[in-house]
Design a protein. Structure first.
Length: 137
């Protein structure tokens, strides 16, 4: 269970992300112990992906924020249509998006540019559900 301090801290960090205040967020990260930052970085990454905050995602990636489930982060940006963030995530060496959700989310929301980009990836799962969705587009 989170302490009151942790709740306040997270809400302040979300505010920095909302305001695109990457400089202040970077200062915060530099002051934090790497292990301590590890605890909240994935939450920040998912929030930044959901809000379409390219600069924050870039900063968090540079700070080692992705040791998380790439598929979930990629699914968020595919659903929302944030192709610039998707391209940034796909550049990561250790990405493994072998799951159907990203392609499915892009199809459901008719983000054709994202569908095309995902179909170019070697490690994207194509299942019957996604195949049927592609046929409807």
């Amino acid at each position: 269970m989170k302490s009151e301090y942790e709740k306040i801290e997270i809400s302040q960090l979300y505010k920095l992300i909302d305001d695109d205040n990457v400089d202040e967020l970077s200062k915060y990260i530099e002051k934090k112990d790497k292990n301590e930052f590890c605890i909240i970085r994935n939450r920040l990454m998912f929030y930044a992906c959901n809000e379409g905050k390219y600069n924050t995602v870039d900063l968090l990636l540079k700070q080692g924020a992705i040791s998380l489930d790439y598929c979930q982060a990629v699914s968020i940006v595919c659903e929302k249509g944030y192709i610039d963030i998707l391209e940034l995530l796909l550049e990561q060496d250790d990405i493994d998006i072998n799951c159907w959700q990203p392609l499915s989310k892009a199809c459901e929301n008719q983000h054709m540019d994202i569908v095309k980009l995902l179909l170019k990836q070697d490690n994207i799962e194509r299942n019957k559900h996604v195949h049927n969705m592609l046929l409807k587009l």
